[in-house]
Design a protein around this ligand. Structure first.
Ligand SMILES: [Zn+2]
Length: 201
């Protein structure tokens, strides 16, 4: 995973966490003891016409963003269950949708999106040893010297990035070498490491 991509996921996680906590606090104020000072101050803020509060604006923004502004309009009749988890799940689902859409629109991401369905640590990082999972990561993330990737570095159109090792006239991408290329049928190519080593030559 590239550093800026990792940073984006961390920022998303922290932002998501802040939004969820804000909603949780808002819910607790509304559903808590009405004699508490926080509840009374909140009531006062609502009762003043055109009262400007960055916190209240942010709560509304989060509810709009998650498609649950109905909770704001019914805030004195909120559901019994905690809405924290509902809002958190909506934020996660929205992020996943945006992330998958970005992958589909990215030259490198299209291939990666075939394997990557969720923002979770993959099990193979825990079950394989480093030298083995390194080749798998390279294959999944387009970090290799296959024609489809090398051609991208030189701005060659995708349709012209052919495999030169067989006569199939296919684009030399991951799927071609894994499933189609006759070159891959050679007995001495049993692993991704073998494939990468020979293609680099
Ligand atoms: Zn081929």
């Amino acid at each position: 995973m590239q550093k800026n991509s990792l940073l984006k996921h961390i920022i998303y996680y922290l932002t998501n966490e802040v939004k969820t906590r804000m909603i949780n606090f808002w819910y607790k104020v509304l559903s808590g003891n009405q004699k508490k000072i926080t509840y009374r101050i909140y009531q006062l803020m609502l009762s003043i016409p055109h009262f400007e509060s960055k916190w209240m604006n942010k709560i509304q923004d989060i509810l709009i963003e998650t498609g649950r502004i109905d909770l704001w309009f019914n805030q004195f009749n909120l559901p019994q269950y905690s809405i924290k988890h509902t809002i958190k799940q909506i934020l996660i689902d929205q992020y996943k949708q945006n992330w998958q859409s970005a992958l589909q629109n990215s030259a490198k991401g299209r291939h990666y999106s075939i394997f990557k369905n969720d923002l979770l640590l993959e099990k193979y990082f825990l079950t394989l040893r480093r030298p083995n999972y390194t080749y798998l990561v390279k294959f999944r993330t387009g970090n290799h010297y296959l024609p489809a990737e090398v051609g991208r570095w030189h701005n060659i159109p995708l349709s012209d990035r052919k495999c030169l090792l067989c006569n199939k006239n296919d684009i030399g991408d991951e799927m071609h070498y894994l499933l189609i290329c006759l070159f891959s049928d050679k007995k001495d190519i049993n692993t991704l490491k073998d494939m990468f080593t020979l293609i680099q030559i």
